[in-house]
Design a protein around this ligand. Structure first.
Ligand code: VIB
Length: 207
């Protein structure tokens, strides 16, 4: 039987590339350039808008036992989108801009996930949230203004939320066919690659 932990164990190197990147390393060092950070901020807002639509569609496919966490996630997204708008305003950033190709590619992929079965969607949701939970946590405490961002996704409550998503994905996988297992693995791999590309996009963003 496939589990989330098995995916992490099998694709360690790929997952490291998704969660450990010079962008985050330079946030930790305080040496990230504003143009890089701002590129990430704007593009991530555009991503989170599409991610919100994904979560809404996952709710539609989920068993009622999984509603609590998904509805909680949607409620958190309401705050998150407003928070992104506040952060952008503080930095005088225009959020009504076009998506860079990597961001567009990731958003297109989110749409593809919505056409797959619930176990695959549950694995995708977990992996996307885990990528940020680990990515912002692994470097350790960051200096301001990055501490606020690191704490937002590295905090204990968010880690706990991601654990619940993992349990739900595992329980959905229990009855999954081999074909669905393969789809889930493929989605996990693509998310890891897209997460790495997203950091890379922001890192080279201003150039
Ligand atoms: C490229 C990219 N990948 C993953 C996330 C993670 N994420 C998406 S929405 C959200 C809010 C809480 O559910 C979080 C943490 C992201 N923001 N950007």
């Amino acid at each position: 039987m496939l589990t989330c932990q098995k995916l992490l164990n099998k694709h360690t190197e790929l997952w490291q590339k998704a969660t450990i990147h010079p962008f985050l390393g330079q946030c930790k060092l305080g040496t990230i350039q504003p143009i890089q950070f701002n590129t990430w901020l704007v593009q991530d807002y555009l991503f989170v808008v599409e991610f919100t639509r994904l979560v809404a569609r996952i709710l539609n496919a989920a068993p009622v036992q999984h509603f609590d966490s998904i509805l909680g996630g949607l409620n958190a997204l309401k705050d998150e989108l407003n928070w992104f708008r506040d952060k952008a305003a503080e930095r005088n950033l225009d959020l009504s801009t076009i998506k860079q190709s990597t961001c567009q590619e990731y958003c297109n992929f989110l749409l593809e996930i919505t056409e797959m079965s619930y176990p695959v969607q549950a694995v995708g949701l977990w992996a996307i949230e885990l990528a940020y939970n680990q990515g912002w946590q692994l470097p350790g405490p960051m200096p301001e203004p990055y501490a606020e961002f690191a704490n937002r996704w590295g905090n204990v409550a968010f880690t706990e939320y991601v654990r619940i998503l993992e349990k739900q994905a595992d329980s959905a996988l229990e009855t999954a066919s081999e074909t669905v297992e393969q789809q889930a693995e493929s989605v996990f791999i693509q998310i890891a690659q897209l997460e790495n590309s997203f950091w890379q996009m922001a890192f080279t963003g201003g150039q």
